[in-house]
Design a protein around this ligand. Structure first.
Ligand code: ADP
Ligand code: ZN
Length: 216
């Protein structure tokens, strides 16, 4: 089985949803840098305060801050059985840092799962997205409704709309994806690690395809 996996794709491609499904079925640790920043924002830490000023506008948090946070997380004991990186790396310096770091701790990246999605669908998904304030579970007001409106199926927590899930910030996020993150696909292709999946097939089918690939 493949472990130490990177999930890549534009915002709204379904990385978080897929990661949550894979995490419970394959027993991998889910590391989402976006979730880590949001935890820090919620907790009112200095890192959270700094991150918020970038995130709310749709900008990327500076590389060094992000790399240091990730580095500490990857070194933790629970990562030794395998991890799923969701939202990291997003820039070339981050990818290079990860390459050095994963060598250092002897946990090499084994595959990069890339989720393809067109812009129209990304915009539709993100504009209708709601997230549980408690556990981070994702919903959509049309396609992934909770059983009770505004309430998380999993933990009963309240659902909210992320501050960066608005038209203006999304435009900036999509631009960052194209200029900063998309070039990483070549970086990983050259290393023979890239595996493409079409995220338009729907979350259940996507999960089936990816887990079949990872466990074969
Ligand atoms: P999405 O994939 O929907 O854009 P995430 O939760 O992964 O959402 O990220 C939300 C925001 O957190 C990003 O727009 C960015 O500001 C910040 N962020 C997350 N990961 C990184 C990263 N690796 N480098 C820089 N900023 C990041
Ligand atoms: Zn919840």
């Amino acid at each position: 089985m493949k472990k130490n996996i990177i999930l890549m794709g534009p915002p709204g491609a379904g990385k978080g949803t897929l990661a949550k499904q894979l995490k419970s079925s394959l027993n991998l640790v889910h590391i989402s840098t976006g979730d880590m920043f949001r935890e820090n924002i919620k907790g009112g830490t200095a890192l959270g305060l700094l991150a918020k000023s970038y995130i709310d506008k749709g900008d990327l948090v500076p590389d060094q801050v992000t790399i240091d946070m990730l580095k500490a997380r990857l070194a933790e004991k629970d990562c030794e059985n395998g991890f799923l990186l969701d939202g990291f790396p997003r820039t070339l310096p981050q990818a290079e840092a990860l390459e050095r770091l994963s060598k250092e701790i002897n946990r090499p990246i084994e595959v990069v799962v890339n989720l393809d999605c067109n812009n129209e669908e990304l915009i539709r998904r993100i504009s209708g997205r709601r997230v549980c304030k408690n556990c981070g579970a994702p919903y959509h007001i049309v396609t992934m409704k909770p059983k009770v409106e505004g309430v998380c199926d999993l933990c009963g927590g309240p659902l909210y709309q992320r501050a960066d899930d608005n038209e203006e910030a999304l435009k900036v996020r999509l631009d960052h994806y194209v200029t900063d993150t998309k070039p990483l696909l070549d970086f990983y292709k050259q290393r023979g690690l890239l595996e493409n999946f079409n995220s338009l097939v729907g979350s259940q089918e996507l999960f089936n395809q990816v887990s079949k690939f990872l466990t074969k």
